[in-house]
Write a new protein. Sequence first.
Length: 460
Amino acid sequence: MGSKRVSIHGQWSSRWAFILAATGSAVGLGNIWKFPYITGENGGGAFVLVYLICIALIGIPIMMAEVMLGRRGRQSPVNTMEMLAVEAGHRPYWKWLGWLGVIAGFLILSYYSVIAGWALAYVFRTAFGVFTLATPDGVSSIFSDFIGAPEGLLFWHTLFMLMTMIVVARGVRGGLEKVVKFLMPGLFIMLVVLVGYAMNSGEFSRGLDFLFYPDFSKITRDGVLIAMGHAFFTLSLGMGAIMVYGSYLPSHASIARTSVMIALADTLVALMAGMVIFPVVFANNLEPGVGPGLIFQTLPLAFGHMPGGVFFGTLFFILLTFAAWSSSISLIEPAVACLVENRGVSRIHAAVTMGILCWLFGLLTVFSFNIWADFAPLGMFEHFEGKTLFDLLDYLTSNIMLPLGGLLIAIFAAWIMKCEASRDELELGEGFAYMSWRFLVRYITPIAVMIVFLRAIEVI
Ligand code: TRP
């Protein structure tokens, strides 16, 4: 059945449009930029295993919960949470969960846009053949020179933020839906081509070993927290992005099936990115743990030495930019929807205001790689030693705000919301499928998130 409400912001034209938009949100820098570098920093296989377990046990059930809440409420996360809480006979304070999400999205976009700017800049570098036959050292120094100068980063960050603002201003169908329709298939085909390249020219089996052979001595408590945080990040969970996309979902679509498809597609893209990058890393004696620059120091090498590398390299960075683009719009959509609903401003006005604020905040990240590279605001704590503002923003959002948001979403969906309401919206019947979802969201997911949290702060 589902509820009969409709969103004032419009609706996806079909279930497929939602799947593409949500996959577009999920697949982004998280898969191709972040997943490989945090896997490299945290020792490989064991980290990947923990990450996969988190996707299955925490990610998919929470994704279903988020889409379900969004479609039930049909408003921005702030108003959806408030309304659903009141509907379930509780106080309206759950709206603060919506605000937590709006703020998390804002903070993430502020640095996401800077990194997406790197991808944009690399489109042109590759197109002009800068990396043709370059050496590993050459590629690394091009990268460090690039991030060492704030002007360039600022330029690309500005451009990317403008691109995001334009799509969001054009609305759900006219903007968001149009962009994602042809991007995702293109990105996937490119990855297949690159995996083929890595198979033939990289140290493919060493790369696979690193990615899939779990060496548990390499994983730390913080590593487990990072893996869990990344499961939220890569599936766009815990901050209302998927909730707001769910609020535009037509009533009859199956939430369970779409969620599983989105999670599988996202995981596949991340693993393929790993299969491209690590063989190149090992074939060139590079270090897998170099951090955020990893793909910018490895992929150009691969492109620089493969036939047609200028063409493929350019295309790849274009697609990476597109993938980031279809994600960035979902980071800001909850805030925009909320401004439109609560302040009565136009969509364009809301998109421009939020975009400018976010751009300003992004300066913290821009400077983290150059003039403030040695500034570690929390350096007095051993745990945060040497962490720049960018590192801290990433840590705060991915490892704390998203899991916390996800935990509260699970608690709300399984403990606060009436059973009849969630059953009605999920349309899974009353049997095994619904009961297993409820069991996961009621017990497994919250307990798992809490254990990882408590272990990370060394309470247990
Ligand atoms: N999932 C995206 C990626 O992997 C990033 C992203 C988009 C996101 N929307 C989000 C992360 C909402 C957290 C929450 O690149």
